[in-house]
Design a protein around this ligand. Structure first.
Ligand SMILES: NC(=O)c1ccc[n+]([C@@H]2O[C@H](COP(=O)([O-])OP(=O)(O)OC[C@H]3O[C@@H](n4cnc5c(N)ncnc54)[C@H](O)[C@@H]3O)[C@@H](O)[C@H]2O)c1
Length: 448
């Protein structure tokens, strides 16, 4: 998460004016946690490999440089030039290959990062678990409900540590939001609204296609694996997010971050009971399968969740808002704002509007007699902001490494990752089948 450049003093000044005119504001700059530095029992670092070294794999490698407990000892990618990108990203040399299975055969490898296109997550994870490795798998962990269930079963049967890659769950901002939520200060929360908007071709996944991409440099057959056979097409390889055989659209790319954030903040680690999507492909009519605007209304037990992502507008960017009976909590970009509501008892004159002045006076007198205590002052608005340069991905990786050493729980295990991914599959099911999608917990399937 990139932060605007801002001094602490700037922030406090801006925070005091930016939230609610006239309300007292308490602004806090959050402190990053120390990144885990545990080593394995024999005193050595965790030795990990990166499978998939494209945009995210390179980001993970850059972030991993600042996590002292692990060291990258190899990488695999189907596009040869990315073997070099991986080394550049990590700033060190290590063996690279086009066939990830050769990395899994290595006895000196403890953990595997899966940063491939979504349709490879299941296969690579299952192979890694079978080879006795712990796994950090990018979001959405699955390309289908069946993939996710198979992954959960395999990880649990193999007693492996599994971290799903929605790094915001580890962010100190989301953890602060969770603290406020769990303290009860929001009161009853039955409504959440969240969105990520991106208004640029890159934000709509029209990523660059390098001039050296050809059947010699790209292992096209391996990329397709179980997907339908097609002649080599670099557009499908580099812009796979747009196509349902390989990616999961706005649901898998962005909803899953929002759902993971909401599940993390509320502790509501479950699947929505039903979902209704609306949207369309309005602008990016380049042959893609997925809409560029998607809006989904979910029913979770006791909570309505409304998600929307628009690739044709930037407004509000990346925001999760929780509306409670005692306050509102908004996590927007690098700042969290808690705004308490005025829920102190007041004489509500509106209802007396159709009465006589005499009746109203009597009502007011009775109310005053029943409420002799002075009305308490409204609590302050609170804002919390991430420190400049804070990297939630490094924190998420550190959390994974700590679990690899201690065998304790990660923040976002296979069940959590699968619950979040099913949210994305529900949204896509509803959109493409033009129906309300219902989750059937008995059969663990989506029904129309
Ligand atoms: N957590 C986040 O914020 C975040 C951000 C971006 C992407 N992602 C996720 O990361 C994953 C990768 O996305 P990306 O943007 O890096 O895509 P990308 O196309 O840039 O890179 C994917 C790479 O995986 C490689 N690959 C695919 N199958 C492989 C296999 N079997 N063996 C070796 N390499 C293989 C491809 O060759 C490609 O280079 C996706 O699941 C995506 O949703 C997460």
């Amino acid at each position: 998460m990139k932060l605007p450049s801002m001094t602490r003093r700037d922030f406090v000044r801006m925070g005091a004016g930016a939230v609610v005119a006239g309300a007292a504001v308490k602004s806090t700059l959050l402190e990053p946690a120390m990144l885990s530095a545990e080593t394995l029992a024999d005193g050595r670092k965790i030795r990990f490999v990166m499978i998939g070294t494209g945009i995210r794999g390179c980001d993970l490698l850059r972030a991993a440089r600042s996590v002292p407990s692990g060291i990258c000892v190899g990488a695999a990618d189907l596009y040869k030039t990315r073997h070099l990108s991986a080394k550049e990203a990590y700033g060190a040399d290590f063996p690279t290959t086009g066939d990830y299975r050769t990395l899994l055969d290595r006895k000196d490898v403890d953990a595997v990062f899966v940063a491939t296109s979504d349709h490879h997550h299941r296969r690579v994870t299952l192979d890694a678990v079978a080879a006795g490795k712990d796994v950090y798998c990018e979001k959405p962990i699955s390309h289908s409900v069946a993939d996710g269930l198979a992954m959960v079963d395999a990880v649990q049967a193999g007693k492996r540590i599994f971290q799903a890659g929605s790094q915001r769950v580890s962010s100190i901002l989301n953890r602060k939001a969770g603290e406020i939520y769990k303290s009860g200060r929001l009161g009853e929360v039955h409504q959440v609204d969240a969105h990520i908007n991106r208004n640029s071709p890159g934000g709509a996944w029209t990523y660059p296609i390098p001039p050296d991409a050809n059947p010699e440099t790209v292992d096209w057959k391996q990329f397709l694996v179980d997907a339908p056979d097609r002649p080599f097409d670099p557009k499908l390889f580099f812009r796979w997010r747009c196509f349902a055989d390989y990616g999961s659209g706005l649901g898998g790319d962005l909803f899953v971050h929002l759902i993971s954030g909401i599940l993390g903040i509320t502790g509501m680690n479950t699947v929505a009971t039903r979902a209704y999507s609306s949207g369309g492909l309005y602008h990016f009519k380049d042959g893609r399968d997925f809409p560029d605007l998607l809006e989904t209304l979910y029913d979770y037990p006791d909570m309505q969740v409304h998600l929307h992502c628009n690739q044709n507008n930037n407004d509000g960017n990346d925001t999760i808002s929780l509306y409670g009976s005692k306050g509102t909590l908004v996590v927007a970009g690098s700042t969290l704002t808690f705004t308490p509501q005025d829920v102190a008892p007041h004489f509500e004159s509106y209802g007396w509007g159709g009465m006589t002045a005499e009746q109203k006076k009597q009502g007011q007198d009775e109310w005053n007699a029943a409420h002799p205590a002075p009305v308490p002052a409204l609590d302050e608005v609170e804002t919390y902001t991430l420190p400049q340069g804070y990297n939630d991905t490094a924190e998420h990786i550190a959390n994974f490494f700590r679990a690899v050493v201690t065998r304790e729980h990660v923040v976002e295990d296979e069940v959590f990752g699968n619950n979040a991914a099913i949210g994305c599959h529900l949204a896509n099911y509803s959109y493409f089948h033009r129906t309300i999608a219902t989750w059937d917990p008995a059969t663990k399937t989506i029904k129309g």
